[in-house]
Design a binder for this molecule. Structure first.
Ligand SMILES: [Zn+2]
Length: 562
């Protein structure tokens, strides 16, 4: 029995059970497969969703959706499960979803990084960026503060220690909150704040904060603009060196029908698009326009802003990230790819007009009060835990408390999770329905006498995007156009035309201006015609198949009749 809830987060065994149950409950719509194994040999599950009755996923344009490539970003797995639930409930009930699954497909990978997620969700959690392989230096000696749930309550909170030279003091307005000590201020009670943890090799004085031994970032290991560790932290030994990334790259490369991709992360409440490393003026202008149109629809249905990573989402103007999934998808696969950063506690707390990146460096104290108030009111205080004393094995008396990192900042608290998940299905379905779609326009058979026949088949792209998807794909020749195959039975011979013909690409409607002007003229570049003359016995049947990697397949049969 399928039992899936959206007020909790699932560990690997439960996630696996739920995915198997989805596939078993809806065999006409879903198939489950493993596309590879994680470093610790967990299967990386992929669920394919389409109406099998109307053709296999391979024969339809498809959208890729994944989540949880970063270990602690677990809400994205729930985004995927929620979407599966919406699709199964909507099929045959919701006309958009029905049309979508009849003519398109989804490839959904809810947990790209099962090893890292398993640690984040453990009873005694551990927070990694990505996988569990020791990198870049497997023999490094750990020293300094190592994050850990030291009091065993299942949470990793903050740890405050009184310190004459500490940078924080108790807020006079709200004693649970800490505020920054003024530049020239002395003589008060000050604190130093760490994340909850132990100190390795403590010398009684220094507590350095060093990178973890598990220093990989899977979303820097993709094979476009890959850079080495000294330039790009976490990038791995070589592009796709990590099994999780290689499994994705291999599946996607073997699926030329993928026309778009959405990779779910947390947090910020924003829709991010390439480039990560260069300015928007490097885009072919048509691609930037279409990206913006897709983003605009995303903002309308999800409520999230759609922005460029390079222009609007960099922590540091001197730096940029490379080796990311979305850049790879756009640049090497030539499709529109997005990174969706789920969840923003600021939005729920009623903080407006904040800068997504700079807020963490500098923001008004009133914002902290709003966040705290929201935690008290909506989460029974579970978002911000009042400080409590604890005897630390190395540091003596400390206090634990403060923000709940995993279920307030990193992910939506369980009680608001479902509300957050409701944002996405509509836009995801829309992203599939804008794909090119090959359909039959007309067929014709005309007898010419002496067992000669004139045949023709016309096709059209009824989708919004062109069959090549992006100008980038055209430029780099990343996608084939429409190929027409005539299957002649014995006794029928070809007099004119080809048995196999490359028809090229068909345009869509994506580049249309917003309104008609005196220059408007809609050429029929979304249609194509294939013609033949054959000789054969009356009544013979000839199969024609036209396939376009990114727009699906059309099959028809012509019969030689007067
Ligand atoms: Zn992430």
């Amino acid at each position: 029995m399928l039992d899936v809830r959206f007020d909790c987060y699932y560990r690997y065994a439960d996630l696996t059970r739920i995915l198997k149950d989805f596939a078993a409950t809806y065999p006409d719509l879903m198939t489950l497969e493993s596309i590879g194994q994680s470093y610790e040999q967990r299967e990386i599950w992929l669920i394919t969703v389409t109406n099998h009755q109307t053709g296999t996923a391979k024969d339809k344009p498809a959208v890729w959706i994944d989540g949880n490539i970063h270990a602690t970003e677990i809400a994205p797995s729930s985004v995927c499960l929620y979407f599966l639930d919406v699709l199964t409930k909507g099929y045959k009930n919701d006309p958009e979803i029905t049309r979508c699954l009849d003519t398109r497909a989804f490839y959904i990978c809810p947990r790209v990084n099962p090893d890292g997620a398993e640690l984040a969700l453990a009873d005694k959690p551990k927070f990694l960026r990505s996988g569990t392989r020791f990198y870049p230096n497997p023999d490094a000696v750990e020293e300094g503060l190592i994050e850990e749930d030291i009091d065993g309550d299942g949470r990793i909170l903050l740890m405050r220690i009184p310190d004459e030279n500490g940078p924080w003091k108790v807020s006079p307005v709200e004693p649970r909150l800490l505020v920054r000590r003024e530049p020239t201020e002395t003589g008060g009670q000050y604190y130093r704040v760490f994340r909850e943890g132990k100190v390795e090799n403590y010398d009684g004085v220094s507590i350095p904060i060093k990178p973890l031994k598990e220093g990989l970032d899977f979303n820097r290991n993709f094979p476009f603009m890959w850079r080495q560790e000294d330039e790009q932290k976490g990038s791995g030994d070589y592009p796709t060196s990590e099994s999780e990334v290689r499994s994705l790259v291999q599946f996607i490369s073997n699926s030329p029908n993928i026309i778009g991709a959405l990779s779910f992360h947390t947090m910020s409440g924003v829709l991010l698009r390439p480039y990560s490393h260069q300015s928007d003026d490097k885009f072919p202008p048509e691609d930037l326009q279409v990206y913006e149109k897709i983003g605009k629809e995303g903002t309308k249905t999800t409520g999230y802003q759609a922005i460029s990573i390079y222009h609007d989402f960099r922590a540091n103007a001197q730096d940029y990230v490379t080796g990311a999934f979305d850049d790879w998808m756009y640049e090497h696969r030539g499709v529109f790819a997005w990174t969706v950063e789920v969840w923003s506690p600021m939005e729920y707390a009623g903080i407006q007009d904040y800068h997504l990146v700079n807020w963490f460096r500098e923001h008004p104290f009133e914002d902290d009060l709003k966040l705290l108030e929201w935690s008290d009111r909506e989460l029974n205080g579970e978002g911000y835990i009042d400080w409590y004393e604890w005897e630390h094995p190395q540091l003596g008396k400390v206090e634990l408390g403060g923000w709940n990192g995993l279920y307030f900042w990193r992910n939506p608290p369980q009680s608001v999770l479902e509300k957050e998940l409701r944002r996405f299905p509509k836009w995801l379905v829309w992203n599939a329905l804008i794909s090119p779609c090959l359909e039959l326009y007309e067929t014709k058979v005309e007898a010419l006498g002496d067992d000669n026949y004139y045949l023709r088949v016309a096709i059209q792209n009824t989708g919004w995007l062109p069959t090549y998807i992006t100008q980038k794909a055209l430029e780099k020749k990343l996608a084939r156009g429409c190929l027409c195959f005539l299957k002649l039975p014995s006794g029928v011979s070809l007099k004119m035309g080809k048995e196999q013909e490359d028809i090229g690409h068909l345009e869509g409607r994506a580049y249309q201006a917003s309104a008609i002007t005196w220059r408007t003229g809609d050429a029929t570049s979304d249609r194509a015609l294939v013609e033949w003359i054959v000789q054969g016995e009356k009544g013979s049947k000839i199969d024609v198949e036209i396939r376009c990697d990114r727009a699906g397949v059309v099959r028809t049969q012509l019969q030689l009749l007067e």
